[in-house]
Design a protein around this ligand. Structure first.
Ligand code: RAT
Ligand code: ZN
Length: 433
């Protein structure tokens, strides 16, 4: 019912309106700083996965983003680098990117942010102090501490059912840290079908390279089994820049006949990460992937044909970002998320976040970390929060100038949508957190 005879707003009785720009900024920064995140795409693993759970200075320095950067500043054949031990590789990267050069790139600065967060020297000549620190931490406590420092309440892993090391953990019914959720990653099946066939066959699924009804049924059985085992929050695939939908390739048939029906039946969203060109420089191995501009129409068609399936979508190319926002305005089953990989740099996050706010309000997922090594949660979220806060301050200030002030509670609600609620509403997160 309308508030008869009065012009009272729906907010001012509850809380003061933030009409002062300095106060407004303070509240936005506080909300962005303090709001807990659900990190919807990482490559982290919980302690139960043993050696797959990466943490500490040697893993941090041998991150593939830094490996690629190192090769630009040192004369070294990739084959020689790959023959070195992890420790030697880390020493070389430290010397090259942090001692002989200033760590100005985003990935290099990230290491500085992490060292500083733990009170470690950021300009030491060697890694001795950092190694000593990480080696003496109680691992479980260290995991808790990092989650607290990053203000991350949950992360989603990237889980490949055809990875033997991982499968072993799932098949043994190991209880996994409740902060770590699964995502059923389908790259091998959808992007490398010929090599996936023998692997599926080994595991007892009667599939053939040529797709027929029996093979489709078996792929569905495989997906169902892994959904039961992992209880993933969504299924996911990374796709090349030349991904088209519809198309007359094997991937199209598998998507149409196995993956999309499974998504529908299980009520699981499908996450599409589009625009990666794998192995542009194969000698660099995991650091050798590139980017290409993709066709957003593929996503539009998929959303139009499957209104009952929800799609989380991110593109790797900066050039695709505006079209993705426009597509999301047309399809409410499309959720843009994150600033992926080569886009996760302050200047580009700033641009994309502003573009998304202007076209979509708060109906998108502002960021994911893509962290592979635990402590990266600290820098990736710290750096992103800084840039997202600025974009929000700008948007609220503009709104204020137009005649609408917001309250602290409204800001908190908006930030919660961007950092966790838009994701949470689309997935079935059980129990805490
Ligand atoms: O950002 C990365 O770490 C890439 O190597 C990829 O893993 C990418 O994020 C992906 O999920 O395919
Ligand atoms: Zn990733």
């Amino acid at each position: 019912m309308m508030d008869s005879g009065s012009r009272a707003s729906f907010t001012e009785k509850l809380e003061p309106l933030l009409t002062d720009e300095v106060e407004l900024r303070r509240h936005v920064e506080k909300a962005v700083e303090e709001t807990q995140v659900i990190d919807m795409h990482t490559h982290l693993f919980s302690i139960e996965f043993g050696k797959m759970a990466l943490f500490g200075i040697d893993d941090l320095l041998t991150y593939h983003y830094l490996i690629a950067e190192m090769f630009r500043s040192v004369e070294l054949k990739p084959e020689r680098f790959w023959r070195m031990s992890k420790r030697e590789q880390a020493d070389l990267i430290w010397r090259t990117l942090f001692v002989e050069n200033s760590p100005l790139s985003e990935a290099a600065r990230g290491i500085v942010t992490i060292l500083k967060a733990f009170g470690l020297s950021t300009n030491a000549a060697t890694l001795d102090e950092a190694r000593e620190f990480f080696a003496t931490q109680d691992v479980a406590k260290h995991f808790d501490r990092v989650f607290e420092m990053a203000r991350v309440k949950a992360v989603v892993m990237t889980n490949d059912p055809l990875d033997a090391r991982e499968a072993h953990v799932w098949e043994n019914g190991v209880r996994i840290d409740a902060r770590f959720h699964a995502a059923l990653r389908l790259d091998r099946v959808l992007n490398d079908w010929t090599n996936a066939v023998p692997k599926l066959a080994e595991r007892g699924y009667a599939v053939e390279t040529a797709i027929d009804a029996k093979t489709v049924a078996e792929v569905r059985r495989f997906l169902d089994d892994w959904i039961t085992r992992m209880r993933p929050l969504y299924m996911a695939v990374s796709l090349p820049d030349d991904f088209r939908f519809p198309s007359d390739d094997v991937r199209d048939r598998l998507l149409r006949e196995a993956v999309l029906p499974t998504a529908r039946a299980a009520g699981l969203p499908l996450s599409l990460m589009i625009g990666v060109r794998r192995g542009v420089n194969p000698a660099l191995r995991i650091a050798g992937d590139g980017v290409g501009r993709a066709d957003v129409k593929a996503v539009e068609r998929m959303c139009a044909e499957n209104p009952d399936v929800r799609f989380f979508v991110t593109f790797l190319s900066r050039e695709n970002q505006h079209e993705l926002c426009v597509a999301a305005r047309k399809f409410s089953n499309l959720m843009p998320f994150g600033c992926w990989w080569f886009l996760n740099n302050p200047s580009i996050v700033a641009e994309i976040t502003r573009e998304r706010i202007e076209l979509l309000g708060t109906s998108f997922i502002a960021q994911h970390s893509d962290a592979r090594i635990l402590e990266q949660l600290i820098y990736k979220w710290k750096h992103s929060r800084r840039v997202i806060a600025d974009a929000l301050v700008e948007a609220y200030t503009r709104l204020l100038a137009s005649g609408r002030a917001v309250t602290a509670r409204e800001i908190e609600r908006d930030v919660a949508r961007l950092f966790s609620e838009n994701f949470r509403r689309w997935v079935a997160i059980e129990g805490a957190p």
